[in-house]
Design a protein. Sequence first.
Length: 98
Amino acid sequence: MGKRPRPKPKRLAEKLVAIRLRLGLSQAELFRRLDIDRFSEPKRISDYEIGKSEPPLPVLLHYARLVGISTDVLIDDELDLPDKLPSRAKSAGVRRKQ
């Protein structure tokens, strides 16, 4: 493998914060709801939200499942979160207006 770092989603942290706020949860409550203690620890939620670190893939999957969206919505900077969270039907996100 190369020495270059992999490209990182620029809007991931912003989307993770938005999910928590739309659900009306504290970081500790979100951690419990995500049920990710096998993959992470509570203080990491803050790191994910400020962009200090990226969540492991299983954690992203838990975020997506919690709110009923595709993981694409979290990863793709061209997609916005749906207006309503949690989504009833699995949402593919909203194409971002340029």
